[in-house]
Write a protein that binds this ligand. Structure first.
Ligand code: TXA
Ligand code: MG
Length: 338
């Protein structure tokens, strides 16, 4: 299949919308990560997303809208809390799970009776949804198991020959996927942390709880509330280990344990202070910069042929929780306390 590269010109966005309305697949920029979009209400189109990504069929997709007026048709009764969440966080990097209507095919919801809805803030994404004229199902536009794409080039690397088109927009501003919460149970639960933080959500949903799978490996046989949590995610080819300690402890540990093709995944400015090739993923005191840089840094380590990666430990508060959640998955939950 020839994959057409589109710009963000009005004419090209209109073309992307037409491809999507016709049942095609288009990678699109959003403020979080690039998404691999299809008409969420077209079962055949949605099935082709899973094929292009090599994604397990039981992993449900997020449905993207460009207006809250699109939601009542997708949900079987919109929970009351949606209004206050929308006022505060939409458009933006928050996904809300609610009971689904019959209009949403079970291919989209991964066989669940709920639907995940997101109203992105990215201007290009919103225009494409509007031109398509239908809600768009869109997982991250990476091959299943590799880090989510945060630049058009990442999509070109992963999806060329597999989808109809790629809209080549700007680099993603947030860099990690949206926060996912469910309102389909009581109390509401945070399933995946993102740029809309637990602390921010508590101001609107004081009783929201954090799903155990956010910080910990699922116990064998446990059922994942968010099926995406059970898969090994965001994994580079190298063996990644996170070292929890000061920079001095990190440097000492690495000096003793490094093997061939070992790299550091460190904070900005630390590269020069280590006797080890390094890739940085953001500044130590700025979780937003870490979120923005993490997936690109993991891809870069693969390009460099890293076999062993020692990563610096991010903070676990605010947006740091999202960074930590992605990094421990890349590390297969391998954290060493120094
Ligand atoms: O930022 C994002 O959310 C990006 C961009 C493209 O919008 N999309 C994204 O989609 O990250 P994806 O498919 O890579 O991640 C969706 C996550 C998965 O962990 C999935 O299991 C969960 O949301 N999810 C979706 N629908 C769900 C549902 N009905 N119940 C529970 N979890 C659900
Ligand atoms: Mg994904």
């Amino acid at each position: 299949m020839h994959t057409k590269l589109l710009t963000t010109s009005e004419q090209d966005l209109r073309e992307a919308g037409a491809i999507l309305r016709g049942g095609g697949l288009v990678a699109i920029p959003t403020e979080t990560v690039y998404g691999l979009a299809a008409n969420a209400l077209d079962e055949r189109a949605v099935r082709s997303i899973f094929e292009a990504k090599g994604r397990p069929q039981d992993n449900p997709l997020i449905v993207h809208v460009c207006d809250t007026a699109m939601i009542p048709a997708l949900a079987a009764g919109v929970p009351d809390a949606v209004r206050s969440l929308a006022e505060r966080f939409w458009p933006g990097p928050l996904t809300v799970i609610m009971p689904k209507s019959d209009k949403v095919p079970s291919a989209t919801s991964g066989g669940l009776d709920t639907v995940a809805i997101r109203f992105p803030s990215d201007e290009t994404a919103r225009k494409i949804i509007a031109y398509a004229g239908v809600p768009l199902a869109a997982p991250s536009a990476n091959l299943s198991g590799s880090p989510s794409p945060t630049t058009a080039q990442h999509c070109i690397d992963d999806m060329t020959g597999r989808i109809d088109a790629i809209v080549c927009g700007e680099d993603c501003k947030v860099g990690v996927e949206s926060t996912v919460i469910t309102l389909a149970e009581n109390p509401p639960r945070l399933l995946r942390p993102g740029a809309v933080t637990l602390e921010m959500l508590r101001e609107v949903l004081p009783d929201i709880v954090l799903d155990a799978a956010v910080k910990h490996r699922l116990k064998p046989g446990a059922v994942a509330a968010s099926p995406g949590m059970k898969y090994k995610h965001y994994a580079p080819k190298a063996k990644v280990v996170i070292l929890d300690g000061s920079f001095e402890q990190f440097a000492a540990y690495v000096g003793e344990h490094r093997q061939t093709d070992a790299y550091g995944l460190v904070f900005r400015g630390e590269e020069q202070c280590l006797d080890l090739p390094c890739v940085s993923y953001g500044s130590e005191t700025d979780s937003l910069s870490q979120a923005k840089g993490l997936f690109g840094a993991l891809r870069r380590l693969d390009e460099l042929g890293a076999k062993q990666v020692f990563a610096r430990m991010p903070s676990k508060t605010g947006v740091g929780l999202a960074v930590y959640n992605r990094l421990i998955r890349a590390a297969g939950f391998d954290v060493i306390k120094l």
